[in-house]
Write a new protein. Structure first.
Length: 463
């Protein structure tokens, strides 16, 4: 259990813009601790969360050290809450100094797991995967609420559940957490108990090599999800990429994601796939829905037959799930062109699934590229001969457009302009980058908004 005594002082390393650092700061301050907030960003960039903290808490209990961590003194500090997005933390000088000084180091998600354990809330579904985890988490929450259950959704999908009262947390029939590989790496240090009632792996593909240093480390971090009491693997073998399968086959050990003790999971998902209806494009969305139904049933019911029946009863509730912004989301028609925003696609596998969601690849004009995470982008580049057009953008644009099958446009604005010269009535303009957004945008949401503005500027308003 993590000790949070009133006389202690904590450092929050990475305030960020998605709520985790803000949630951790509020939680620690609310427990009576003194907090030093440090971030590599400037006060201007973090104006909103800084203003919120200054308004809520007295200045003598909170200190801000921005534009880097070098000026932070760890003297008289007892713990450090690190943003899990800090890459390769084992090589981080500031974290090394904190470790040497004996500070307890944890993340916001570990504080939450510790708190849930402390109050006796164990109705937890943890979801991870290289692609599909946000949609699957949101589908589970949708199904829970539509079936009359109280549900809280948190983790990597945004916001912090730390700011909820104990009563709110205990009243939840289900708590759904989206967990990134970064979060799972820190959970793996064993500081807090991690044994969710249900753990879901949606898919596994080469990703975040820049953070982990190797694909082996990435896969090992993801494997923490197997510590769940009920593990739900990817629905089909294609949920595991060829590169991951090849790496594991060389080890001679049975892959950790393949074994499942419950046949009802596989049989029930196969039945739901034939029954479920969703307005979202792509067969993978039905797979996400089937997994969501099974995951919620595994939490709320007992016995294989009861679980199967309950999961199938949830399937009709998927029909009014509208999907998430920037996840293969149709923006509308303009100049006879269907425009799709899939800015959340940050892996080549996700881009491949986006392409497969449409019947005729030759009508698709794909905009892809962005921040270089060290992943193999050749699967995207190789699509160029099948597509109506391929337009590379960002740091990896030249890699995606190499071979003469695409155009390196650098920016989304230029890519939309180039696509506009080549598209015909009935074509599809698809933003599915297959890369993170951090080279040109603060997040994938801003990238999606920039795409929409560029379309409206170059192609006209949506019908």
């Amino acid at each position: 259990m993590i000790s949070l005594d009133e006389d202690k002082q904590a450092i929050v390393m990475g305030l960020g813009r998605f709520g985790g650092g803000l949630g951790a700061s509020r939680y620690l301050l609310g427990r009576g601790m003194r907090v030093i907030v440090t971030d590599t960003a400037s006060e201007t960039e973090l104006s909103e969360p800084i203003a919120a903290l200054r308004e809520e808490f007295p200045s003598d209990r909170i200190t801000f050290v921005l534009d880097g961590h070098e000026k932070v003194s760890i003297d008289d500090c007892d713990m450090l809450v690190v943003n899990p997005a800090v890459p390769q933390p084992w090589n981080n000088t500031f974290l090394h100094e904190a470790t040497e000084a004996g500070l307890l180091i944890c993340t916001e998600i570990e504080l939450l797991l510790d708190r849930l354990s402390e109050i006796g809330q164990n109705q937890l579904i943890a979801v991870t995967g290289s692609a599909g985890k946000s949609t699957t988490c949101s589908m589970i929450a949708h199904l829970a609420r539509r079936s009359g259950r109280a549900c809280l959704l948190g983790g990597n999908i945004g916001g912090s559940l730390l700011n909820h009262s104990d009563a709110d947390l205990l009243d939840a029939d289900a708590i759904v957490l989206e967990l990134s590989s970064f979060m799972l790496h820190w959970i793996g240090q064993g500081l807090v108990n991690f044994e969710p009632e249900v753990g879901v792996l949606t898919s596994l593909d080469e990703n975040h090599i820049d953070w982990h240093g190797s694909m082996e480390h990435y896969i090992a971090s993801k494997s923490m999800i197997r510590d769940s009491k009920q593990f739900i693997p990817p629905i089909h073998d294609h949920g595991i990429s060829q590169s991951v399968n090849a790496l594991e086959s060389d080890s001679g050990v049975e892959p950790w994601w393949r074994s499942s003790k419950d046949d009802w999971v596989h049989e029930t998902r196969d039945m739901i796939l034939k029954e479920v209806r969703t307005p979202l494009p792509g067969g993978h969305q039905k797979e996400n829905a089937a997994t969501a139904c099974v995951a919620l049933s595994a939490l709320l019911s007992t016995g294989a037959r009861n679980r199967s029946d309950f999961a199938r009863s949830l399937a009709p509730l998927v029909i009014d799930f509208e999907g998430l912004e920037h996840r293969l989301r149709p923006l509308g028609m303009t100049s006879g062109i269907l425009v799709i925003d899939d800015s959340k696609s940050t892996t080549p596998g996700a881009t491949k699934r986006a392409i497969e969601a449409f019947d005729d690849a030759s009508k698709i004009h794909l905009i892809a590229g962005g921040f270089d995470k060290g992943a193999d982008l050749s699967p995207i580049a190789s699509m160029g001969t099948k597509l109506g057009g391929l337009y590379g953008v960002g740091q990896t644009g030249h890699l995606i457009s190499m071979g003469g099958t695409g155009i390196d446009c650098h920016t989304i604005e230029k890519a939309v302009q180039e696509a506009g010269k080549r598209m015909e009535n009935g074509d599809v303009l698809l933003l599915s980058p297959g890369c993170a957004s951090w080279d040109q945008f603060s997040n994938y949401q801003e990238r999606g908004k920039a795409f929409r503005r560029s379309v409206e500027t170059s192609l006209g308003s949506f019908e």
